[in-house]
Design a protein around this ligand. Structure first.
Ligand code: SF4
Length: 274
């Protein structure tokens, strides 16, 4: 069940269909009609408020971490200058915050908490690394302060997935796929890390055994972080391949699976299923 076995069953794709990984791994619609509507009837879903907010937080975190790396290469190990530049980054999100605050009144406070958390994390990492390595150079410092590849682009076609996948973060020290979510935990979330592990194994031919889903939640108006570390075992791999095959068949044979039993008005495809 390793990705490098993509050319033989059960990993070999049976149908000539390419699905985005989030559609294979997503089970918010229990019947899978969202995928039928999107892939067969070519309907576009309307992102709900939770999706828009999650996407914004996601983009914000990526920007903070990538900007940190950029500043290290530009300013060297001048930690005070880097942190000062970084602290002014929050203002660059004001336009998006203005738009979102119409629907989510406390979005500014939540965004500020996420920004502060990341800023403190980066400041701590800087001080920790510099206190241990007096002769460190920019490249090594960048890798140690932000030890991830963010939004790594991957070609999933070996496994019947889209050619333009993007994993949230990949840690090289112990090969680990990370995924960031803002919302309640679901068992199927592990399918996302599993799918990326299979794709990376197919491309790079080395094993990826660990996944981690980071949940950003707000409780009592405070940011609360939960981490779900898990082994990407055969059971998860099997589940991912079964989901892929079932959804590919539905798209290839143009089978409408009918309405789910858990439809909510917030579903991006709700208007098509009324
Ligand atoms: S409205 Fe219901 S059936 Fe339609 S896509 Fe959403 S969850 Fe699925």
């Amino acid at each position: 069940m390793r990705g490098w076995n993509w050319h033989q069953p059960p990993l070999e794709p049976i149908y000539d269909v390419r699905l985005p990984l989030y559609q294979v791994a997503g089970k918010y619609c229990r019947s899978g009609r969202d995928i039928y509507l999107n892939q067969v009837e070519k309907k576009k879903g309307k992102p709900n408020v939770a999706m828009q907010t999650g996407l914004f937080f996601h983009e914000m975190i990526v920007k903070i971490l990538v900007q940190t790396k950029k500043l290290i290469y530009q300013l060297g190990i001048n930690i005070e200058a880097i942190l000062s530049e970084l602290s002014s980054l929050m203002s660059s999100f004001s336009e998006q915050l203005n738009d979102l605050s119409v629907q989510v009144p406390n979005i500014r406070d939540q965004a500020q908490q996420i920004f502060n958390y990341n800023y403190s994390y980066i400041a701590c990492r800087f001080r920790e690394v510099l206190s241990r390595q007096p002769y460190i150079g920019e490249d090594s410092l960048a890798v140690q302060v932000v030890p991830f590849v963010l939004e790594q682009k991957l070609d999933g076609t070996f496994l019947g997935l889209s050619p333009n996948l993007s994993s949230d973060a990949f840690v090289f020290s112990e090969p680990m796929i990370m995924d960031l979510k803002f919302g309640p935990r679901e068992p199927f979330h592990r399918l996302t890390t599993t799918g990326y592990a299979l794709v990376m194994e197919a491309i790079f031919e080395y094993p990826i055994n660990i996944g981690c889903i980071v949940y950003g939640l707000f409780r009592n108006n405070r940011l609360y972080i939960e981490k779900d570390f898990h082994i990407i075992n055969d059971e998860l791999r099997q589940w991912f391949i079964e989901e892929r095959d079932e959804k590919m068949r539905m798209v290839y044979d143009e089978i409408d699976p009918g309405k789910a039993d858990n439809c909510m008005e917030t579903c991006p495809y709700y208007e098509y299923c009324l």
